[in-house]
Design a protein around this ligand. Structure first.
Ligand code: VGL
Ligand code: ZN
Length: 199
C-alpha cells in the first residue's frame, strides 16, 4: 500500500479497556485491533505523520449510561457505565502502543451530550477540534481503525468524509458491538456506499 504520509493521518478510535474482553462494554475480540494499529502507527510515526488516538472519557453519571435513569430517545442506545474518567476501564488497552501517538482526543466529557465521533459530539454541532488540527497540518486523507465499528468508528468515518477527507478503513483493525442485531453489517455497507475505502 502506497501512503502519502505528507498528507495523511492515522486515527485510532477508542482502544480502551472497557471496550475489550473483560471490560464493561466489551466488544468481541476488541483487543485484536491493537496489533495491526501498532504496525500502522509505527510507520506513520517514523514518517513524521500524525497519529491520533481517541479516548471515550465520560464523567460518572453520564447521560449515555442506563444507570443515569434517563429514558432513551427514539433509536438511541443507553450503555452500561463505561470509560469513566480516570478509571482503569478508561485507560488505553495495554496492547496499544501509545508511543507513536502524537495527539489524544478525549470526547464524551460533557455530562449531557454523548460523543461517538472523533469530530463532532452527538448534537452534531459541538466540535472536538480534530478537524482543525488535521487541516492545520495539511492532512487530506485519514486512515482509521479501532472500536467500535458500528458506533465510534462509523460516526468518525462518516464525519471525516463530510469534512472532505478521503477515508480508508483498516478492515482487520476494527471490531463491532453488534447491537442492535445487524448493526456492524449496516455500518460497513453505509460506509462503503458513502465512499469509505476498505483496506
Ligand atoms: C462507543 C458506545 C458508547 C464506541 C462509545 O467507542 O464505539 N460505543 N461509547
Ligand atoms: Zn461512551
Amino acid at each position: 500500500m502506497n501512503i502519502n504520509f505528507a498528507k495523511s493521518a492515522l486515527i485510532e478510535v477508542d482502544v480502551q479497556n472497557d471496550f475489550c474482553p473483560g471490560g464493561s462494554l466489551a466488544v468481541n475480540e476488541g483487543d485484536k485491533v491493537a496489533a495491526p494499529l501498532n504496525d500502522f502507527a509505527r510507520r506513520f510515526n517514523a514518517a513524521g505523520a500524525p497519529v491520533i488516538a481517541t479516548q471515550d472519557w465520560h464523567p460518572a453519571g453520564h447521560c449515555s449510561f442506563a444507570s443515569s435513569g434517563r429514558k432513551a430517545a427514539e433509536g438511541e442506545v443507553l450503555w452500561p457505565d463505561h470509560c469513566v474518567q480516570g478509571t482503569a476501564g478508561s485507560d488505553f488497552h495495554p496492547d496499544l502502543d501509545i508511543r507513536p501517538v502524537t495527539l489524544i482526543i478525549r470526547k464524551g466529557f460533557r455530562p449531557s451530550i454523548d460523543s461517538y465521533s472523533a469530530f463532532f459530539e452527538n448534537d452534531r454541532k459541538t466540535i472536538t477540534g480534530l478537524a482543525g488540527f488535521l487541516k492545520d497540518l495539511g492532512v487530506d486523507t485519514v486512515y482509521m481503525g479501532g472500536l467500535a465499528t458500528d458506533y465510534c468508528v462509523f460516526f468518525s468515518a462518516m464525519d471525516a468524509l463530510k469534512l472532505g477527507f478521503a477515508v480508508y478503513l483498516l478492515r482487520d483493525a476494527v471490531r463491532g458491538v453488534g447491537y442492535p442485531e445487524g448493526s456492524v453489517e449496516r455500518a460497513l455497507s453505509s460506509m462503503k456506499d458513502a465512499g469509505v475505502v476498505m483496506l
